[in-house]
Design a protein around this ligand. Structure first.
Ligand SMILES: [Zn+2]
Length: 327
């Protein structure tokens, strides 16, 4: 198995079904089923085209990650699962302010996750850090930015805007983004997953994002000629020339219901062949029922990714880690 890296993997989207069953039992939380496979199927089941439905699934995973032990366990197991998948370097993301329902302070949440990641690294090796997400529908992004900055030496390397994209453009959180821009923390923003190209433009030029989460809708800032995308907008041109990493998540795009993209129409390889800095990621291993290895398999099987190009994408991804770069 090739040694790989991952940039875009949500901690609350990658729990093991067995852990959910175990923790829900301890916490007396009702599950739709207590059968491991049926529960995995429930998380994966097709999510229709209603753009916010995927978030219902997170409601359940987040509800069992409200105490220090659970958070530490989920982080530790993420390192183990990623290691088993051949990943030795990675950035796991979560929204710390979503884990305060039972009285934890934001710093307790971050300390618990960082402890889990460290314990995982002590056991399995590798280098794993975290990215703190602010939920774009909320008004507390500045607080999350401050937490990211003050935890730079506590395992946090990045800041992200996550949650429902439509109606919440990145510059709604310009204050938080500028704080991050003026710090050592890396800035990535979900843009062009559900919403259109203007959100990518906004993320790049107004908010100074260094990486784009998903970003496949960059194709609307390009002209397609002979299967290659040529920028016809300033934002697409900038992303191409500056090699801004696109955190592409094929299975998740198809399954999340956030857009109507299909496997056949996904532009991942055309973007790569056009010179964009494409990286592959699982996004939510549980909800998309995938692993990073499976994403590479899809790229090979369905898009004809050759071994040389696979190695190039793996290297792009490693080079794009906030923890490895001075982006
Ligand atoms: Zn994501």
């Amino acid at each position: 198995m090739k040694d790989k890296a991952v940039l875009h993997d949500h901690l609350d989207g990658g729990l093991r079904p067995s852990t959910i069953i175990d923790l829900a039992h301890q916490l007396n939380i009702k599950l739709p089923t207590t059968d491991k496979q049926l529960l995995a199927d429930w998380f994966f089941e097709n999510i229709s085209s209603q753009q916010n439905q995927v978030f219902n699934k997170f409601e359940l995973t987040i509800s069992i990650m409200q105490d220090e032990e659970s958070l530490e366990r989920v982080a530790y197991e993420a390192v183990e699962d990623l290691t088993i998948d051949g990943i030795s370097q990675g950035e796991l993301r979560y929204a710390p302010l979503q884990h305060l329902r039972k009285g934890l302070k934001p710093q307790n949440v971050i300390d618990s996750v960082s402890r889990g990641l460290q314990r995982g690294m002590d056991k399995f090796g590798g280098n794993f850090n975290s990215i703190l997400c602010a939920m774009r529908q909320n008004e507390d992004s500045s607080e999350v930015a401050d937490l990211a900055i003050s935890n730079y030496l506590n395992g946090v390397v990045g800041f992200d805007l996550a949650g429902p994209e439509y109606g919440y453009p990145p510059s709604k959180h310009i204050e938080a983004c500028m704080k991050i821009h003026n710090s050592d923390i890396g800035l990535t923003i979900h843009a062009g997953e559900a919403a259109n190209f203007s959100y990518i433009d906004d993320a790049i030029f107004n908010c100074k994002a260094q990486r784009i989460g998903h970003g496949w809708q960059i194709i609307d800032g390009c002209t397609e000629n002979d299967g290659l995308f040529e920028p016809n907008t300033k934002a697409a041109e900038y992303i191409l020339e500056e090699k801004i990493p696109l955190e592409i998540c094929i299975s998740s795009n198809i399954k999340s219901g956030a857009s109507d993209i299909t496997l056949e129409s996904h532009p991942v390889i055309k973007l790569f062949n056009s010179g964009f800095n494409v990286t592959l990621n699982p996004d939510n291993r549980l909800m998309a029922s995938t692993t990073l290895s499976q994403e590479y398999e899809i790229a090979k099987k369905d898009f004809g990714l050759t071994e040389d190009k696979e190695n190039e994408i793996i290297q792009n991804t490693k080079n794009s880690l906030f923890q490895n770069s001075n982006l």
